[in-house]
Design a protein around this ligand. Structure first.
Ligand SMILES: [Zn+2]
Length: 107
């Protein structure tokens, strides 16, 4: 899974197709993520006590990561993610994600 928490992503399917937002949560095992303010579902809650009104709670539903594309923080374009291993003298090599459009390291 290439999408991480706090990434800026664009949604490619569903009712919020084309919109962008920040990733709130990821479920790497299910390959899914939820995005702030997008793909909202409404949960209807029954009143807890007599005489109280019920409630509607909006929350972002999880979307399959294949329907999300990363917006590069460096160049602002939507991009697929590449990987780059950087070797530092005397340390274990570290893997980074890179933007395929501008080649910048994302993190
Ligand atoms: Zn870029």
């Amino acid at each position: 899974m290439n999408i991480k928490k706090n990434d800026h992503v664009k949604i490619l399917s569903g009712k919020d197709r084309g919109k962008t937002g920040k990733v709130l949560q990821v479920m790497p095992r299910a390959n899914r993520a939820s995005v702030e303010g997008l793909n909202l579902l409404i949960k209807h809650l029954r009143p807890q006590r007599e005489g109280e009104p019920g409630q509607r709670i909006e929350f972002p539903a999880f979307i399959n990561a294949s329907n999300l594309i990363l917006v590069c923080p460096k160049c602002g374009k939507t991009t697929r993610i590449g990987h780059k291993t950087v070797k530092v003298e005397g340390k274990a090599p570290k893997k980074f994600r890179v933007c395929r459009k501008c080649g910048e390291i994302i993190d």
